[in-house]
Design a protein around this ligand. Structure first.
Ligand code: TRP
Length: 446
């Protein structure tokens, strides 16, 4: 028998997995580039028509089987069990994401520590500091990365209930409170109005064909689909949980935190004339931190609070990347939790170090493949190949292989027949086609 989450523990743990670095910079950047709320409308539409549909599919696989991802596919497939079992190995994707995600967590940790006493006051200085961390300071990078990895493993070593649930149950509300404090502070700045306009005023002319695909990709990434995480957490879902309202709350929290993050980040960008088009890590590690320095001492507190929030968001996602493989090793090889984690640790530690080395100038050449650093290769491999392929397999498996009655027995109570049939239709015919389209586009046209 698996350990079970409490009801609120489940919601917060899955929301914790979903809310992560994707919300901190992917979401605001894409919203900014694609016409503000026009993009949000599109994103919501695709979230409900595609990602949410697959999300419920993963919940069904996990809850009905109550097994780890590999065991779940194996036990639910009526025939060809050995073949379906392979779909469960998507959990490797979670470990690969963890390998580079924990490197970013290391950067965040370093920024939490240094921003208390020092903030760069020009973009140039800020850029130099960030670049030197990535390309020269091997010792510092490894040091903070190691702490980030140890923290994540420590939480998972305590198990689902006293580790993962306990972490999320205080860290998610704390994250939310920090964001509220920062948001209130931002509201008093002139940049807030511009930020709100930038994020919330729809400009449908800015939408293009790429917007649809980015929205779909984001909707997929941000719900942590396609790597066995949702399947694994759903295996510890307490009975009699209202699956519809809990899943909707998770999606709602995820969107809300993305919007709050965006409003805060862009208030500073507009207030101090930063560059809103700057993407990815540069947005926070280079631009934002310089802008905080303009506030004097309060800026240091603000910066520390901001990076702690990022750390919380990332840590609650990180633990959800380790648990799927841990549960698999525990169930299949009868490993103790400690032993399972030791195995996973060795693997991710090596992969993480390779990610770090692939940015260091001395070693970057030998760790570049097809013109991409090892770090970027892992990101590409997981986001563009492994996650969408598993998404398609989940849709087909739940839609065509699993029994419709058992799905109805699970969801019917909360959804009613009509909504269930709509979901079932979307799952079988719309979701897989949509994902194939994103994938083909990402692989061949971008
Ligand atoms: N949802 C996370 C974010 O927004 C990232 C993520 C993608 C993830 N796939 C995952 C997290 C799998 C946990 C497990 O940052």
């Amino acid at each position: 028998m698996n350990e079970k989450f409490s009801k609120i523990g489940f919601i917060l743990a899955v929301a914790g997995s979903a809310v992560g670095l994707g919300n901190a910079w992917k979401f605001p950047t894409l919203v900014g580039q694609n016409g503000g709320s026009a993009f949000i409308v599109l994103y919501l539409l695709l979230t409900f028509l595609v990602s949410f549909v697959i999300f419920l599919g993963e919940i069904a696989i996990g809850k009905i089987s109550e097994k780890d991802a590999v065991g779940a596919f194996e036990s639910l497939a009526p025939k060809n069990k050995n073949l379906w079992k392979f779909a469960g190995f998507c959990i490797i994707g979670a470990i690969l994401i963890f390998s580079f995600y924990s490197v970013i967590m290391g950067w965040i940790l370093k920024y939490v520590v240094t921003s208390i006493y020092f903030l760069p006051n020009s973009m140039k200085e800020s850029e130099e500091i960030f670049n030197s961390l990535l390309t020269k300071d091997l010792g510092t990078s490894i040091f903070y990365f190691t702490i980030a990895v140890l923290m994540s493993f420590y939480v998972v070593s305590k198990g689902v209930k006293s580790g993962i649930e306990r972490l999320n149950i205080w860290m998610m509300p704390a994250l939310f409170i920090f964001l509220i404090i920062m948001l209130i502070y931002s509201m008093n700045m002139n940049g807030f109005l511009d930020s709100a306009k930038f994020m919330l005023m729809p400009d449908f002319t800015k939408l293009n064909k790429d917007s649809i695909l980015s929205a779909l990709g984001l909707a997929f990434f941000t719900l942590s689909l396609g790597v066995g995480t949702i399947i694994t957490y759903a295996a510890s879902l307490p009975n009699k949980t209202n699956l519809l309202t809990s899943s909707l709350s998770i999606v709602f929290i995820n969107i809300l935190i993305g919007i709050m993050m965006g409003l805060i980040v862009f208030t500073f960008i507009f207030e101090y004339g930063g560059n809103p088009a700057q993407e990815g890590p540069g947005l926070v590690f280079i631009s934002l931190i310089t802008l905080f320095s303009k506030l004097g001492f309060i800026g240091n507190l603000f910066a520390a609070m901001f990076f702690i929030s990022l750390l919380f968001a990332a840590l609650t996602s990180a633990v959800s990347m380790i648990e799927p493989s841990a549960l698999f090793l525990i169930n299949n090889y009868k490993f103790s939790r400690k032993k399972a984690l030791k195995f996973i640790f060795v693997f991710v530690y090596i992969m993480g170090i390779l990610c770090i080395l692939s940015y260091q100038s001395v070693t970057s050449n030998s760790l570049t493949f097809f013109g991409k650093s090892f770090f970027d290769c892992l990101d590409y491999l997981t986001s563009n190949l492994m996650m969408p392929i598993t998404g398609i397999i989940v849709a087909i498996f739940v839609g065509f292989v699993m029994k419709k009655q058992s799905l109805y027995a699970l969801f019917g109570l909360y959804m009613g027949r009509k909504l269930f049939l709509i979901w079932y239709f979307l799952l079988r015919f719309i979701a897989p086609v949509a994902v194939v389209i994103i994938m083909v586009n990402q692989l061949f046209f971008s």
